[in-house]
Write a protein that binds this ligand. Structure first.
Ligand code: HEC
Ligand code: HEC
Ligand code: HEC
Length: 198
């Protein structure tokens, strides 16, 4: 669907709504928080991974399905596990880990932000998603739809330091006895580049 000739009027109209939403967001309500890996330069709203389906094309690298295949897509679901409950209990967290900001700040996205910063398509259940690493994308999506060109607006490209904000050693997680996180191997595991053109 994306990038193809759609019914121009509708696309433009939708694009304008998104752009408007984007400029409201710029009024200051959606400043990102230091707890997250997000960048201050992005003051757009979060559309959720449902807004990133243009990236399902094989010829463009199919980032969407690469992501589905990584643990990031299930990082919220895993908070339901027995391990997660034990860990939460040990940390003195009352209630469900899936609802606890103390867990969601790394197992979810943008938890410290107001719901004003989210489009209806955003779901915390989708865990560590595109925008967790690349920043809120409402402007990216809007411009793309309006102008029908690929990636007209640069999003953030995270660095290894950004990964380590969540993947740093955590005393709380030692009880899980997981293998030590290796950033170089991990980086290769999640890579989803745009294929070089022939
Ligand atoms: C600072 C970020 C951070 C916080 C806060 C955090 N986690 Fe994690 N968690 C991670 C990361 C990253 C991993 C993957 C392993 C690693 O690199 O440490 C992980 C792994 C896990 C796992 C293992 C998942 C698996 O696949 O087996 C469980 C269970 C878990 N966390 C539960 C929790 C619970 C419950 C909370 C809240 C009490 C929590 N975590 C808070 C970052 C965090
Ligand atoms: C855990 C963090 C993370 C998540 C989640 C993530 N990405 Fe990325 N993405 C990266 C990193 C890191 C790179 C670039 C690595 C490099 O080449 O330096 C990248 C690169 C890309 C690129 C290539 C950009 C370019 O100009 O070459 C695209 C497109 C992209 N991601 C889209 C997505 C989409 C769509 C999703 C969700 C379906 C997603 N990403 C989820 C970390 C992430
Ligand atoms: C917002 C927090 C967050 C950020 C940022 C993040 N991750 Fe993760 N990552 C997690 C959590 C939470 C898990 C555990 C999910 C699970 O086990 O279900 C995880 C799991 C993984 C795994 C699977 C680990 C395993 O034991 O199999 C890899 C690989 C990984 N991340 C790589 C990366 C890389 C590379 C980056 C940076 C480009 C990154 N992550 C950035 C939170 C994050």
């Amino acid at each position: 669907m994306c990038g193809k000739k759609l019914i121009g009027g509708i696309v433009l109209f939708v694009g304008m709504i998104f752009t408007l939403a984007g400029s409201w967001a710029q009024s200051g309500d959606c400043k990102t928080n230091k707890d997250t890996t997000l960048d201050e330069m992005q003051k757009a709203k979060y559309v959720g991974v449902a807004g990133c389906t243009c990236h399902m094309k094989q010829s463009l690298g199919n980032q969407y399905n690469v992501w589905i295949g990584t643990k990031h897509s299930r990082s919220w679901v895993v908070l339901q596990s027995l391990d997660a409950r034990k860990l939460a209990k040990k940390m003195g967290i009352k209630g469900e880990p899936q609802q606890s900001p103390a867990c969601l700040k790394c197992h979810g996205s943008a938890v410290s932000l107001d719901t004003l910063c989210m489009e209806a398509t955003f779901h915390i259940e989708d865990g560590v998603q595109c925008e967790t690493c690349h920043g809120p994308a409402s402007q990216h999506v809007a411009i793309k739809m309006g102008q029908k060109i690929a990636a007209p607006m640069k999003l953030k490209i995270p660095t290894k330091e950004d990964c380590m904000m969540c993947h740093k050693e955590k005393k709380s997680h030692e009880m899980l006895n997981k293998k030590k996180f290796n950033i170089d191997k991990a980086w290769k595991k999640i890579l989803h580049p745009i294929p070089k053109s022939k």
